[in-house]
Design a protein around this ligand. Structure first.
Ligand SMILES: [Mg+2]
Length: 235
């Protein structure tokens, strides 16, 4: 049985919890693809698809696993491979595609509609944090001054569900793990990670997915607005 003291801090995952990463990633890749086609107009570039670009990015990330942690650097490698896939080697073009991608990736993020209301509601009583394996830093995503602490895996060198990243969050928040609630969409990263350190885990299941993972969240919610009740119950 989890020992829960009074909750002091609440940490949120970023991608697919506060914003739709998949949507903004595909949207941003479409600008890079359009630019690539205009710079290298050939059959290979006109046959290239967003899904293929995602595949190239994932295999670049797998090849760099354990060697490169910075996600923008991995993305740049992926664009180099993408340019090569249409028959050219041009690192300058890859860098400009990367810059174009990143501009849209951050500037065009749309928060889910339940985000700002819940952050506004909780901010007066709790230390609020962002705990992410991604690179959506708050000031780049239209959320400056919303968080009391921010922990990114690429800065601490371990990804969720590693206990190290949750302990770092607790250090920044000034609380024990049992005084932290963590909310995220991933059972494997967010829920298992929070459970592993004895924090209260909340699975955000916006799409009513089946949980066949064997990982059991303390709470399951469909919308962030349901957090108000959970916080009251643990208050
Ligand atoms: Mg997520």
């Amino acid at each position: 049985m989890k020992q829960v003291k009074q909750i002091k801090a609440i940490s949120f995952d970023g991608d697919m919890t506060l914003w739709d990463f998949e949507k903004v990633m595909r949207h941003s890749l479409s600008f890079a693809l359009e630019e690539l086609r205009s710079r290298i107009p050939n059959q290979a570039s006109s046959d290239l698809t967003i899904d293929k670009m995602i595949e190239i990015r994932n295999s670049a990330a797998a090849a760099l696993s354990g060697k490169v942690f910075n996600l923008e650097e991995i993305r740049l490698h992926a664009f180099k491979r993408t340019v090569e896939s249409v028959g050219h080697t041009d690192d300058t073009l890859a860098a400009s595609l990367n810059a174009l991608y990143l501009k849209h990736r951050f500037e065009d993020i749309e928060l889910y509609p339940d985000v700002i209301p819940i952050l506004d509601l909780l901010r007066s009583d709790f230390s609020i944090g962002l705990l992410s394996n991604g690179n959506g830093y708050p000031e780049r995503c239209g959320l400056p001054d919303r968080f009391n602490f921010v922990v990114f895996s690429q800065d601490v060198g371990v990804d969720k569900p590693d206990a190290g990243i949750f302990h770092a969050a607790c250090r920044y928040a000034g609380c024990d793990p049992c005084e932290l609630i963590h909310i995220g969409d991933s059972l494997e990263s967010d829920v298992a990670g929070a459970n592993g350190v004895g924090a209260v885990s909340v699975w955000l299941n916006r799409d009513l997915r089946q949980n066949e993972s064997g990982i059991v969240p303390d709470y399951e919610i469909r919308s962030l607005s349901e957090l108000e009740d959970i916080v009251k119950r643990n208050g």
